[in-house]
Ligand binder design. Sequence first.
Ligand code: NAD
Length: 252
Amino acid sequence: MNQALHGRSVVVTGAAQGIGAVLAAGLAQMGARVLLADVADTAMAVSRIRDAGGEALGMRVDVTRAEDCEAMAEQAVAAFGGIDGLVCNAALFATLPLLGFDAISEERWDRVMAVNVRGPWLCARACVPRMVAGGGGSIVMISTARVFNGHPFMLDYDASKGAVLAMAKSLAREVGPQGVRVNTIAPGLTMSEGVLARPGIAERAVGIARSRALARDQAPQDLIGAVGFFLSPASANVTGQSLIVDGGGVMQ
Ligand SMILES: NC(=O)c1ccc[n+]([C@@H]2O[C@H](COP(=O)([O-])OP(=O)(O)OC[C@H]3O[C@@H](n4cnc5c(N)ncnc54)[C@H](O)[C@@H]3O)[C@@H](O)[C@H]2O)c1
């Protein structure tokens, strides 16, 4: 693995398991010191990184709570001396039952918006001043390829991830002058632990894989390169962009 993130301090939210845990491990392999933040226990994900020789720290953070996000940013600075990167990965996704647009409760709608939209905003709000204090930084938001094509039965989720895409672009304009970049990756269906646990996923995944130019399942590991690129100096003049990572299912 290349060492493009050597010595950089990166916060990854939603990193207890699934895509977030794999991203944190991949970024650590690229040389980053990683703070894994999640409302769930991150101990296992942190141990795996340390066992592989990486530098990692875990913390319980609810991204919907401003005080948790502030504490997360403070902890990253205390432990690593600053914040160079933030990956806003935490979301309500794999545990959301598929429902028609008229069957989603108002409570679920509000909770999805709180975690998936307010969460990244609060994390950015806490981390940007620390990035600026250190001379700049890079934020990677995680949206979804679903927002480019339209998909049934997760209207709240898709609306939240469309908001993430828009938020990243406007935020890029606001914080660019201070040396902070903001980009988005939009993954297609990715076989994370949570997705693999979904009933009927194997049959759906076959059809999705066939629809891709690269006709195979996507693994969480397939996302590491794109996130690492946006966090690294290789993308020093790239901001406000979104990159679809889905084996060529959606082409723009
Ligand atoms: N797996 C896919 O097919 C796919 C495709 C496109 C985009 N994504 C996005 O990738 C990201 C990760 O996907 P995944 O499949 O690993 O999802 P997942 O649902 O398995 O994992 C989400 C993680 O976020 C954490 N989380 C939930 N609420 C939180 C909160 N309030 N505060 C802090 N952490 C919280 C969970 O504990 C969990 O570890 C999500 O943003 C998802 O929307 C996933």
